[in-house]
Design a protein around this ligand. Sequence first.
Ligand SMILES: [Zn+2]
Length: 464
Amino acid sequence: MRLPPRYHEAIDLHALCEEFPPAPEFFDTVWRLSEDALRARQEAAFRRQIARAWEVPFYRRRWSAAGLEPGDIKGLDDLGRIPTFSVHDMRESLARDALWPDYMGVDPEADDPIPLVFQTSGGTTGLPRPMMFAPRDREVMNIVSGRRLWMQGVRPFDRVQVMLSLGLPNGGILMREGIQKYTGAVPIMTGAGSQTPTRRQIELMRAWRTTHLIGFPAYLRHVALVARDELGLDPREFGLRGLISHLGVEDRGALEALWGAPAYDTYGMNEFGSVACDCAERNGMHVFEDCFAVEVLAEAADGARRPAAPGETGSVIVTTLFRHIAPMIRFDTNDISAFMPGRCACGATHRRLDGIRGRADGMVKLRGVNVFPEAVGALVAADPRASGEFICVVEPGERMTVRAEMHDASVDDTAFAAALRQRLKEALSVTLEVEVVPRGSLAPLTGLDSTSKIRRLLDLRTSS
Ligand SMILES: [Zn+2]
């Protein structure tokens, strides 16, 4: 008979907190290491991560096919020799085994039992991507969540209302662990709008004196508008101290004006938790460089990719430095960003990403111009006649129509459509059609009320 694992034997928390200091110690130590000392720390973790990756069939298979042998990758200088992989490669592995794909590196028949956390991507089509976490993997992610929240102003006994889907997707549940274990604040798990209706969310945040909201920008905006326009309340008087979100290209200022509170940006994924986030300066997202080796790769004219210079945009490639199950080595996130030049005023040595410009595969090429739906959204949200909700519909013949919801029925839809068409042309250098639609009418298309993975692009060129 195989015995169940004992959690306290599966993880050495004291040693872990020495290696990856939680807040606030982190900010006096690793956060301010010299660049050389930080690099040395990364190198040691990277060598351990590569040794582990060679045990994982997914990497053995792919790296051997690329002509690599164990021992070839000696340090971070060799990172560029390792082939990148993407979600498509993970799907290929999942097609062979939907539960134990070979990137996990777990053999349930042979391995010692391990207390696993199981979560998924927020996939909207087909089966979601599963991900499992060993206790140590999970705890590093929790420490990072705690650092992030501390940096963004969360303190003991604060009330943090988490308006992310609960259940299979990782985001909401990961937040609960980080808040509870590493900030001392109280996680209030109301979940997305499908779990707690928006009016109820507002009622609870007032009754329980919520201090911070965590949610996607579209939903944070929606909640503020419901409070203001349907309930006749002023969200600026709710006493919130922060909006904690993945802003992407969303208009930070518009969201802050609605709530009367600062908005903080974060970058992360189901597989990693938070990779980078705003510090109090809110001027670029610092990568947690003791946990991740992040690259930005620009594409040259011949299609080859090379490290981008500071300020130059490219695809974000992430390598974990702490994972046992499913180490992620050179994962191509498909996100477009750039490293910011120079040092942040907060004194950290950890480099900053200057925000996520869009998804490389959400990019639509129209008459030679690259259009990101995310950039369209920022322009829509900047017009007070818009509710902020939109979707881009692409049709054959390089036609894109932006459907934008009007703020309320008093809006002159013809004038709004004309102004938005003009603004899009100025900002994006391409002509897009604009169709103004009633408030609330796009939710069935975008999934605003039913999922945290909100759809902004409907491509009718290839399929229905
Ligand atoms: Zn900073």
